[in-house]
Design a protein. Structure first.
Length: 199
C-alpha cells in the first residue's frame, strides 16, 4: 500500500513489512519487538548551511504537509527559512528539523524523516541537536505541537521526554476552514502542545 495505490505521498513506513504509506492508508497497531525492523543505515546530522539543503527541506515540507508554512504555538513560520538541522544519507537529505527560539524556549516548528529512513534513530538525533542548541542558548524547555490524529508523533515525542501540556481545540480545522481525515481516518481538528523541560 504505497504510492502505487494512492495519489498521496508516502509519509510513513509499515513497522512490519516496510511498505511506504500515506496518512490515509496508515493504521495504528500494536506489534512486538521482533517485528520492528532495524536498519544499520549510516546517517550524518549537521546544521542547515546551504541553499541546496534549504531547497531539500522545502521539498520535504511540501511532501509531508502540502504547504511551506506551519502554524504552531500561535505563530506562523516558513519552515525552510528557519534555523535547523538536516540528516543525510550518502549526501542526500533524508530528514530535517526546523526551530524558532522564544524568550525561554525553543519551538520545534517541523520535524520530518523520509519514510524509508524512519525508525533508525534520525528523529532522535535531530531532537538531541535541538536540545543541545537550547542549552547553548540557555533555554529551559523545548516546545512542539502536533495534530490530534498523529499518534505516531505523540508516541515519538513522549518517549523522548515530552509531556502534553495543552490541547487547542479546532485550531487546525479553523486554519484549513474544514475538518479533514488524517491518520487512520481520524478527523483532524486540534493542536496538541507538548513540552520537554531541560536539566
Amino acid at each position: 500500500m504505497g504510492r502505487k495505490q494512492t495519489e498521496k505521498e508516502a509519509v510513513y513506513r509499515c513497522a512490519v513489512c516496510g511498505k511506504l504509506l500515506c496518512g490515509e492508508h496508515a493504521r495504528l497497531a500494536t506489534v512486538c519487538a521482533s517485528h520492528l525492523k532495524r536498519s544499520e543505515t549510516a546517517f550524518k546530522v549537521s546544521e542547515i548551511v546551504s541553499e541546496g539543503e534549504r531547497s531539500a527541506v522545502r521539498r520535504l515540507v511540501k511532501r509531508f504537509w502540502g504547504e511551506e508554512e506551519q502554524s504552531t504555538f500561535d505563530g506562523k513560520f516558513t519552515v525552510a527559512e528557519l534555523p535547523g538541522y538536516v540528516a543525510k544519507v550518502r549526501n542526500g537529505v533524508v530528514g530535517f528539523i526546523s526551530f524558532s527560539p522564544t524568550s525561554d524556549a525553543i519551538v520545534v516548528v517541523a520535524l520530518g524523516v523520509q519514510p524509508r529512513y524512519q525508525s533508525i534513530g534520525i528523529g532522535s538525533s535531530l531532537i538531541r541537536m535541538v536540545e543541545d542548541e537550547a542549552r547553548k542558548l540557555r533555554k529551559s524547555k523545548i516546545l512542539v505541537s502536533t495534530s490530534n490524529d498523529d499518534l505516531p508523533a505523540l508516541g515519538f515525542y513522549q518517549s523522548r521526554g515530552f509531556q502534553i501540556i495543552e490541547a487547542k481545540p479546532n485550531v487546525i480545522a479553523e486554519k484549513h476552514a474544514r475538518i479533514f481525515r488524517g491518520i487512520g481516518g481520524l478527523p483532524v481538528r486540534d493542536e496538541l502542545r507538548m513540552q520537554k523541560t531541560l536539566n
